[in-house]
Design a protein around this ligand. Sequence first.
Ligand SMILES: *Cc1c(COP(=O)(O)O)cnc(C)c1O
Length: 228
Amino acid sequence: MEFLELKNRVETVRANLANASEGKYPAPKLIAVTKTHPVETILPLAKLGIVDVGENRTQEIVEKRNFLRENFQIHLIGRLQSNKVKYIIDDVCLIHSLDRLSLAEEIDRQAQKHNRVMPVLVQVSPAGEEQKGGMPPENVLPFLREVSRLPGLHVRGLMAVMPNTQDEAYLSGLFADMRTLFERLRDEAVQGVDMEELSMGMSGDYLLAARHGATMVRVGSALFGPRT
Ligand SMILES: *Cc1c(COP(=O)(O)O)cnc(C)c1O
């Protein structure tokens, strides 16, 4: 893709994000999802002021890590197997996809081994599609209480992947539910947990997500075109 085309797309997404909630919420941070794309495609993002990139596979992070680390902050946004945590624990700035205790314990173990505290988001499944990862909303509070005792990780908010549908009314309801859950958990003020980030919205629905108070959106194909 031409640089100017990419620049246009980034500017369009940014402009859409800036206006989405009509001042009700600050504009969410744009995370450019760079999965499947080679370094030549990704590098121009740095010139456009993009700081944060999202990848969904540990293997791909390992392959692109030198390049990515030099130019960006890496977010792990995809499902994570416990036995892969050790490969990426030093590379990523935020794990968006914590959804079970065994994974929390492994992140804690590896983080301590590497002398860091790993920021994480708890993935929620607002539509009950647990095959996409994420826990039912009602499980989140007890989960937060359990993982708050692990010194190697720091819960900084929630993440959700929405169902793949064009039904805006349905999606709006789910985004609103996520925002309500986020605020309710923030009010619970679980010790050691900070409810600051709400990661939701992708290319097809980032506007709706921003309207409902996302603090981060994860956008891939709206920047780079469809993945082949
Ligand atoms: C691929 C992916 C995205 C971005 O999807 P697009 O529709 O290309 O914007 C966002 N979040 C997760 C978890 C993903 O795997």
